[in-house]
Design a protein around this ligand. Sequence first.
Ligand SMILES: Nc1ncnc2c1ncn2[C@@H]1O[C@H](COP(=O)(O)OP(=O)(O)O)[C@@H](O)[C@H]1O
Ligand SMILES: [Mg+2]
Length: 211
Amino acid sequence: MRIQELLETPIPSADTDDLAQIHSPDARTIGHGQEAQVIKNKSNPNVFKITGIESELKNFGYMQYVLLSRKYSGVNPYFPKVVSIKQTPQGEPGRVAYIVQMEQLDGSGTLTREERIPLAQRLFYGEDLEEILAYEKKGHSVFEYKIEKAVNAGPTRAAKFVKDRQFLQAINLIHLVKKNTGATIDMHDANYMIRRGDQGPQVVLTDPIAN
Ligand SMILES: Nc1ncnc2c1ncn2[C@@H]1O[C@H](COP(=O)(O)OP(=O)(O)O)[C@@H](O)[C@H]1O
Ligand SMILES: [Mg+2]
């Protein structure tokens, strides 16, 4: 996979419709992190994530992850479904903010114990799974910690305890972006979310990379 090709794809400017949706009285902020603001307009099933400002994509780990997500979310459910990526001028000439329209997801805290156990069985094997199940029996969760551990470990070490191949593929691409940009991995319970659908709950790695 050549990330270079993704970076060469031009990012269009936000049009008046995008900006109108974001600034409309029907829009409200539903999420906030270190870098971004997430806005939901009632008339749109998706959300807009407005990221921190960075001029050069080649150094912007998070945006590279978004470009990869747009490319791979159709074949790998761990990536958020990205509908559009736009840019809008900010402050000094040449500086832009990115506006990413993506599917709306549920917070990881909405996972119930009944959902976490089968999810853990699908994701992990070996000691990690045993540990998760033992904790769950006592009413505690180490599920989040294991997701964080797997993403931090990188594809080779994670392969020893991660069973789900698509999870491993996502981990692999996250580490590729890390290597490419010098960004850091930033996995915790606010940086993965849940997609609920016919196949049951799916872990989605929404914000695994910090610059
Ligand atoms: N696709 C989404 N759907 C709904 N809420 C979201 C979505 N993406 C992010 N959020 C909310 O916004 C918060 C900040 O987004 P995040 O992607 O973690 O950006 P940051 O880089 O600012 O940490 C998240 O913790 C979450 O509560
Ligand atoms: Mg975050």
